[in-house]
Write a protein of this length. Structure first.
Length: 256
């Protein structure tokens, strides 16, 4: 596939439009993506603000606030950003993700702020606050970030701050009395690839909440044969929780 180059040099006064990128794009000024969304029924939407299958560089501050991806009967990925296979995103300065969400009914959801399937690098401070991944009748992975796949790489070269991010999953009872869904993994991060923190990383008040299923990793769920998380500087964890509650079924018994 051949890629062209587009350079955007204008500050985002009223916020950028939702972006689907298959080329090479460079933002030289500060940009804001706010209130963007991708929704679908019966199919899986990717990236509330950005769906990237190319190459993106953010040269200035990048802010993602209140973006969402939602699906019924499918699997939404990346409330703010979905960075797909063979794609790359580089943040050279401050990156802020606040209040982004991925919501699924009748399916699983991945990454309240970011779902990464290839390569993302943060050169400046990265902050993630109040992002959420929520699934009913499905599983939920990564309240802030879902980093998925053996060849997937996520790098934080400067500080990283994660606060009050949440992944929530609620099972549903099927006609045969069994439960479907309800697995909640990684209040902040669900990882099956490689993540490297080269500076201070803080995790505070993040939570993984499950009803009718298991809950793992209030801050980080690191799972899979190729999953690696490396801290090359100090890491601080405070008041992160993973909570699982049994569900009462129609016959009065508890499950999960």
């Amino acid at each position: 596939m051949a890629f062209g180059m587009v350079t955007l040099a204008t500050p985002a006064m009223a916020g950028e439009d939702r972006l689907v990128n298959s080329g090479e794009k460079t933002y030289t000024q500060n940009v804001t993506f706010e209130g963007k969304s991708a929704t679908a029924t019966g199919s899986s939407p990717f990236g509330g603000a950005i769906f990237n299958i190319g190459f993106i560089t953010f040269g200035g501050f990048a802010t993602f606030e209140g973006n969402s991806v939602m699906a019924t009967g499918a699997h939404p990925s990346g409330g703010a950003i979905s960075n797909y296979y063979n794609a790359s995103i580089t943040f050279d300065a401050l990156a802020t993700f606040e209040g982004n969400s991925a919501i699924a009914t009748g399916g699983s959801t991945n990454g309240g702020a970011i779902s990464n399937y290839k390569s993302i690098a943060f050169g400046g401070l990265a902050t993630f606050e109040d992002n959420s991944a929520t699934a009913t009748d499905g599983h939920s992975y990564g309240g802030a970030i879902h980093n998925s796949g053996a060849s997937t790489v996520l790098t934080f070269n400067d500080g990283a701050q994660f606060k009050n991010n949440t992944t929530t999953a609620t099972a549903m009872e099927k006609a045969d009395g069994t439960l479907a869904g309800g697995y909640s993994y990684g209040g902040t991060i669900n990882n099956s690839g490689t993540i490297t923190f080269d500076a201070l990383a803080t995790f505070e008040g993040n939570s993984a909440i499950a009803t009718g299923g298991p809950s793992q990793g209030g801050a980080i769920n690191n799972g899979g044969a190729n999953a690696v998380v490396t801290f090359n500087d100090e890491a601080q964890f405070k008041n992160n929780t993973a909570t699982a509650t049994a569900m009462e079924k129609a016959d009065g018994t508890l499950a999960g």
